[in-house]
Design a protein around this ligand. Structure first.
Ligand code: 5GP
Ligand code: MN
Length: 314
């Protein structure tokens, strides 16, 4: 069984790298830090490698230990959390060069790229899967580990409101509450409070929002120039794509943000459009109701291409 292999590999490894996807969200950062704190508890030599992450997660236990780059030598073991494919892993050379690799994830489109893959698309957050994995390998889920896990669960479930949340989600969170995790504080920090610059970015994106196809599609965008003008930080765009999705009658929300190396597209849907299928057409991936991909075209052209595909799925 995969969990036995994972346990064996973790127990026998001396030095371990933990990695997650580029533009890490709360589930990525929370899962990676939960794994980091757990492996430290087991006395391992661990590097958590993340070139960048949103500052709102800096309060999570051991966030100060996050390294921007890994070591030159290969690791005994590399563990990727919340990553659906190899090319999305930030610092993928550390992953590929490791002697053994493990992937723990909840994306239905996961390509099973590691030596050992523990993937369950029915679970709403990778952090929730980590509870099962860590308990199986004999880690005690402490308040610190639980805090990281709750951060992942809250962000990936939209604050416990998405489909996919089950009684198990609440049972786990109830147990973490009993361990002393301050769920309401984590909720406020990772889900409710936004930076001033994020607010400004949201205002801009909201003013620009277009309603298409009788209000079934929304579209908005943010450029590098906007971000520079506002002085925004990593992660400030979080929540923009949901603004469109949450309007009555909307099925698909499209949000494009310019990055240094191209355009990053986020898609969300409400009831029936599988946006993961649409993202796959453009070389990306995700979940049925939340997906993304990158595009290297002028903005207008990118917009037209995406909208014409989305229309076909309405
Ligand atoms: P977001 O829109 O928040 O960036 O991403 C939504 C979902 O789509 C997440 O599950 C994320 O992992 C996935 N996703 C976003 N961008 C990409 C991409 O470029 N490639 C793949 N494979 N998945 C992506
Ligand atoms: Mn996730």
């Amino acid at each position: 069984m995969t969990l036995d292999n994972i346990k064996e590999e973790i127990m026998s490894a001396k030095n371990i790298a933990i990695l997650t996807h580029e533009s890490p969200d709360g589930d990525a950062v929370g899962s990676a830090l939960a794994m980091y704190n757990a492996l430290k508890q087991l006395g391992k030599d661990v590097d958590l490698i993340m070139p960048e992450y949103p500052s709102i997660f800096a309060f999570l236990p051991s966030a100060k230990e996050i390294k921007e780059t890994g070591k030159e030598d290969s690791y005994d073991l590399a563990i990727a959390v919340d990553c659906s494919d190899l090319k999305r892993i930030a610092g993928d050379t550390n992953f590929e060069n490791a002697n053994t690799t493990i992937s723990i994830d909840h994306h239905g489109v996961n390509t099973m790229f590691a030596d050992y893959n523990f993937v369950n698309p029915a679970i709403p957050a990778c952090a929730q899967i980590l509870i099962t994995v860590l308990e199986y390998i004999g880690v005690q889920i402490t308040k610190d580990i639980g805090t990281c896990i709750v951060a992942g669960i809250i962000t990936d479930t939209g604050g416990f409101k998405y489909q996919g949340v089950t009684s198990e989600t609440f049972e786990f969170v109830a147990r973490l509450l009993n361990e002393g995790v301050n769920v309401s504080d984590v909720y406020k920090r990772v889900f409710q409070t936004i930076t001033k610059t994020s607010f400004e970015l949201k205002k801009l994106a909201m003013n620009r929002m277009e309603f298409l196809e009788n209000g079934k599609i929304t579209y908005t965008y943010i450029t590098e120039e906007d971000k520079n003008n506002i002085g925004s930080q990593n992660g400030d765009h979080e929540g923009i794509v949901e603004l469109g999705r949450d309007v009555e009658g909307v099925e698909v929300s499209i949000f494009i943000r310019q990055e240094k190396d191209g355009y990053k597209v986020s898609l969300r849907s409400n009831n029936y459009v599988n946006v993961s299928d649409i993202a796959l057409l453009f070389g990306g991936g995700g979940h049925p109701r939340a997906s993304g991909f990158t595009m290297n075209l002028p903005l207008d052209e990118a917009k037209e291409r995406i909208i014409s595909k989305v229309k076909m799925y309405l």
